[in-house]
Each structure stands twice: as structure tokens, then as C-alpha cells.
Design a protein around this ligand. Structure first.
Ligand SMILES: NC(=O)c1ccc[n+]([C@@H]2O[C@H](COP(=O)([O-])OP(=O)(O)OC[C@H]3O[C@@H](n4cnc5c(N)ncnc54)[C@H](O)[C@@H]3O)[C@@H](O)[C@H]2O)c1
Ligand SMILES: O=C(O)C(=O)C[C@]1(C(=O)O)C=C[C@@H](O)C=C1
Length: 370
């Protein structure tokens, strides 16, 4: 059955400048809704690949003279050229709303303002969704589904420009939050930039670890280092553009680290074990505050782990059968044991449905291991 997409509120044509991971993902999502999308990238290869995966039409391939005047321009270039690209787009397309999606907002807004551009047609935005990979090959049309998307009024953005920015995010399935650029930058320093730094610092400890030690790594190391694979070029730009708020967060980390080091240097000293427990409990408290799926209140799901044979169609069969049993799958994570012909599917469900699901799966012959 083919799904019929709901009509888009975004009016095309949309011109996406920067057809990398984010630009091509936006293009794919909009194309899925039937919106006319044009792609422009300083790299001819990125522009061609983005067109090939279905994210829109390449301006180069069509010939610039054939590109229609856009109603909306989405600037999805790296942060260090975003402000300049926004200013040029505002001047080149006087009838269009221009939004950018850079990970930092205040420095971009300051530069756009300093260049005397028309702020009524400009809106800074930031989808809180991404991947540790770059380029159009990694693009996904559903990247933004149920993810937050911040919209920052320039201070002079017109209601129509704000509505266009909001429509873009909502069309792509995101949840919109309005915030000014300064509050945005202070917020992402803690919830996005600090995690990147911590992940990179942790993963950099692994550089000289012998391979046979690394082969013992379980899910904990993988969970905490996924984003350490992110693009250094992008993160140099993000961290240097938001240095002060990141430094403030790092001072907090340094205090906790100093405390932990001092405690572990004398682990049997009176109060040491309590201090260690407290530190871990403080982490528990912070982690429990992270909202669950769809931005809802934090919710603890129950998990069960099912053994899935490494045979084509097995995972699809498991998912179909969970659907048939009538239990809603809240989350799914797959783990492969090295050298084993099986995978482990960790299935998250509402706690009051776990027992029923375990029994029904076992009856159908599945091996539930935890
Ligand atoms: N990667 C993420 O997880 C993520 C998430 C949210 C927002 N962002 C923001 O989205 C933007 C793009 O990031 P990305 O991950 O898609 O990077 P990317 O490297 O995958 O894509 C950037 C693209 O912009 C092109 N480009 C560079 N300079 C250009 C110019 N002057 N004119 C036209 N094209 C140009 C590059 O050739 C490249 O194809 C950045 O501002 C980033 O801060 C990234
Ligand atoms: O999942 C990831 O790969 C990300 O970390 C994406 C993430 C984030 O911190 O959430 C990273 C930077 C972007 O500005 C927005 C999203």
C-alpha cells in the first residue's frame, strides 16, 4: 500500500542552498509532499547526488535560466558561510522568505543584521535532528519526524516569514519551538554541543587501545561515542561560534571531574563511597529529565531482548508479529554479537504490556533472552 502524503502548507518553489546531509534531507521530505524543490551547492557533485536521490532538481543541470523564482529559500550551508549566503539570497530573491538551519543562531543573525539585509524576510531556524555523517548520501526524508525544530524571530521577521518557517518544520514532521537567538545558543551549548565534546573526548581516549581490548566493547561505549564520528570541519565552526556558553558548561564538568578524581584517589576514605553514589545518582536525575518520544514527558519503557537469526526477513517477521499481537512498539535497537549468526533486538514497550508480549512471542517460537 502506498501512503498518500498530507498536502504541504509550504508553498514552492523552494530553493535549497547547500545540498548536503540537512539540505538534501529537507529536499527529500518536501519532494515527498509534492513541493517543487531546486538544489544549489558549491560542490557540483553534492548537487548532482542530491538530485539523483530525489531531493529536488539541480540548478546546474537545468541551467540557471530555467530555475524559477523561489517562494522560499532554505540555506543549509556550513555555519561559517551561512550569514553571507542568507544576505546574498535575500538580495537575489526579493520576493522570497529566507530561512537558515545553522546550528548556531546569534552570530548568524548579527552578521546578517550588520550587512543591512532585509530582516523582515529572514528567519533563523535550527532542526534538532541530524546524524554523525555528512553529505547528501546520508540524507533521510524522515530525519525530522517528531524532532524539535527551533524558530528564531530576527526581531523584525514578518508574520508571513515566521509562518513560512513554521510551515516548513511542521510539513517535515517536526515540533516547533520559538526562542530568541541568544536563548537558543545558551540552550544548545548544554544539550547539543557539550554532548559532542564529551563524546569526542571519551572516544579520543581509545586511539591507542589495542584492538583485542576494543573488541570487548559493549553497547555502553557505542552509545556514548556515536557522535564522536561527526565531521570535524562542521564542529570547529559550531564550537567556535558558540564558545562562551560551551565554556560555561565545561566549567561545570571540570568541577565534577575534579571532585570525582579526588574521591577515587582515596576510595576508602570516609564518605568516598557516598560521594561516588551521589555522583552517579545526580547523573540518574539528569538523565531522567530528558523528555521521551515526541517531546512528551519522560517515560520509562520496559524492554525485552529477542534473539533474531541472521536470515533475511527475520527482523521484518518479528516486527509484523509484534503488530499482530497488538502491542505498540515504542523503540527498537539492534545489536550484533561479533562472529555470531544472530542479532539481539531490544524492543521497548509500555511496562504494562511487557509480560503479555513476552508470553505471546514465546508461544510463537521466539527466544526472549531478557
Ligand atoms: N549535521 C547535523 O547533524 C546538523 C543538524 C542540524 C543543523 N545542521 C546545520 O546544517 C547545516 C549543514 O550541515 P550538514 O550536516 O548538512 O553539512 P554537509 O557538509 O553535509 O552539507 C553542507 C553542504 O553545503 C555545501 N556548501 C558549502 N559552502 C557552500 C556555499 N557557499 N554555497 C552553496 N553550498 C555550499 C557543501 O558543499 C555541502 O554539500 C550546517 O549549518 C549545520 O550547522 C547540521
Ligand atoms: O544525532 C546526532 O547525530 C546529533 O547529535 C544531531 C544534533 C544534536 O545535537 O542533536 C547535532 C547538531 C545539530 O546542530 C543538531 C542535532
Amino acid at each position: 500500500m502506498t501512503e498518500t502524503p498530507t498536502p504541504a502548507a509550504t508553498a514552492g518553489p523552494v530553493l535549497v542552498i547547500g545540498a548536503g546531509l540537512l539540505g538534501a534531507s529537507i529536499g527529500l521530505g518536501l519532494r515527498h509532499l509534492g513541493v517543487e524543490v531546486w538544489l544549489r551547492d558549491s560542490s557540483p557533485t553534492a548537487e548532482a547526488v542530491a538530485q539523483d536521490i530525489g531531493a529536488g532538481r539541480s540548478c546546474r543541470a537545468a541551467g540557471e535560466g530555467r530555475v524559477p523564482e523561489p517562494a522560499l529559500v532554505v540555506v543549509a550551508t556550513p555555519p561559517d558561510v551561512t550569514a553571507q549566503t542568507v544576505v546574498e539570497a535575500l538580495r537575489a530573491h526579493p520576493g522570497a522568505v529566507v530561512v537558515d538551519i545553522a546550528s548556531v543562531k546569534e552570530s548568524v543573525l548579527e552578521e546578517v543584521r550588520a550587512q543591512g539585509a532585509d530582516l523582515t524576510r529572514y528567519v533563523g531556524t535550527h532542526p534538532m535532528a541530524g546524524r554523525e555523517k555528512s553529505g547528501p548520501v546520508a540524507a533521510r526524508g524522515e530525519l525530522f519526524t517528531s524532532m524539535p525544530w527551533v524558530v528564531c524571530d530576527s526581531g523584525r521577521s514578518s508574520p508571513a516569514a515566521l509562518a513560512a518557517a513554521k510551515n516548513l518544520a511542521v510539513d517535515l514532521g517536526a515540533t516547533v519551538t520559538f526562542m530568541d537567538a541568544r536563548e537558543h545558543d545558551a540552550t544548545v551549548a548544554l544539550i547539543s554541543h557539550l554532548p559532542q565534546v564529551m563524546s569526542s573526548l571519551l572516544a579520543s581516549r581509545l586511539q591507542d587501545t589495542p584492538p583485542h581490548h576494543l573488541s570487548l566493547a559493549g553497547q555502553g561505549l557505542r552509545d556514548t561515542t556515536r557522535i564522536a564520528a561527526s565531521d570535524p570541519n562542521l564542529w570547529v565552526q559550531i564550537l567556535s561560534a558558540n564558545a562562551a556558553p560551551v565554556v560555561a558548561s565545561l566549567h561545570g564538568v571540570r568541577q565534577d571531574l575534579d571532585r570525582l578524581i579526588a574521591t577515587l584517589e582515596a576510595p576508602r576514605a570516609p564518605g568516598a563511597r557516598l560521594d561516588i553514589a551521589q555522583l552517579i545518582a545526580e547523573g540518574n536525575a539528569g538523565q531522567a529529565r530528558i523528555p521521551g518520544k515526541h517531546g512528551g514527558a519522560p517515560r520509562a519503557f520496559a524492554t525485552l531482548t529477542v534473539l533474531v537469526g541472521d536470515v533475511p526477513g527475520q527482523l521484518a517477521r518479528l516486527l509484523t508479529e509484534i503488530g499482530e499481537i497488538g502491542v505498540n512498539l515504542e523503540d527498537l535497537r539492534l545489536e550484533h554479537s561479533p562472529g555470531q549468526p544472530v542479532g539481539l533486538a531490544e524492543v521497548s514497550v509500555l511496562p504494562n504490556r511487557r509480560k503479555e508480549l513476552v508470553e505471546a512471542l514465546q508461544e510463537r517460537g521466539w527466544k526472549v533472552v531478557q
